[in-house]
Write a protein that binds this ligand. Sequence first.
Ligand SMILES: Nc1ncnc2c1ncn2[C@@H]1O[C@H](COP(=O)(O)OP(=O)(O)OP(=O)(O)O)[C@@H](O)[C@H]1O
Ligand SMILES: [Mg+2]
Length: 327
Amino acid sequence: MDSTKTAKLPSVRITDLTKKYEERICVDKLNIEIMPGEIYSLLGENGAGKTTTINMLTTLIKPTSGSFYLSNFDGLKDREKIKGVFGVVSQDVAIYQELTAFENLYFLGQMYGIKKQELYNRITKLLQDANLLNRANDLVGNFSGGMQRKLTIAMAMLNKPKILFMDEPTVGLDPKSRRQIWQTLKQLQESGITILLTTHYLDEAQALSNRIGIIREGKLIVEGNIDYLRDKIHAVSNIMLKFIDHNNLEKFKKLFQDSSILKLSPVKHDEIQDSVMIKTPKNISLDEFFNILYKLLADNNISYSYFSVLEPNLEDIFIAITELENP
Ligand SMILES: Nc1ncnc2c1ncn2[C@@H]1O[C@H](COP(=O)(O)OP(=O)(O)OP(=O)(O)O)[C@@H](O)[C@H]1O
Ligand SMILES: [Mg+2]
């Protein structure tokens, strides 16, 4: 078999995936491909269809139409085989509070039919990776939220899945625990696991993912890496210019107003700092805008001491996309 060829096939391939409950379309012709080792974040507001999508991919519910493949197994035809390919961390923590961390993993491993010695080895390694080895024999009910979440990830990894689905993996966790989970996800990615996660946290998607898809009312409205999303929404970038003195600021203000293109961009002056904050206009690209701005400064001998682009974070992008879709 040509391994270079197989390596390029997507781990997750979703085609026109749709879920209807009576007349309500909850997931609407979703198309997503995720490559091996990629972290893909599905972002969306409450009720957007994230959990319904994960539930279809993990065979909990049947799609109304469309298809999906996980590591080349047909999600509709190979429903039994496919279960060996993925692990899932669901929106609600699904662990037995009255058992220890070890017991939770042990009973799950028995359900998978993993042999005793192998099971011990895997549990030790997973607890070690999760920094929980010294808490192996403590009741899970006494664990913190972050520790419980780490244990659920360990449980999802017990069957050595190639793909991990995670529905809001850090919801309700404090900032430190969230970052620990991020680190765990990064380590899993380095070991070659493909991850599809859902989140409301824009900073999380930004920090973790290779690509982000934004879903609204069951439809994927935009998809790409963070740079692509920024580019698409360049209008929300801010440019900060600080002039060497007030005189240069005044010269700039006058020229800016006279320029047919630049006068369209919203600008805020700071008379004390001798600086301006310019919002890039919607009608031209960021590059074109830079060129016009640089030329204006150079042609008129305007001196500035500082020039920087404040890039939008995902929150800005999310709001801008929502506005674009609802003008
Ligand atoms: N069993 C069901 N019967 C009817 N409607 C359902 C059912 N399950 C989900 N829905 C509807 O599907 C839509 C999407 O729900 P889903 O749980 O997938 O959203 P979500 O993006 O995961 O939201 P959240 O961020 O709140 O978790 C919602 O309108 C919801 O009411
Ligand atoms: Mg959900």
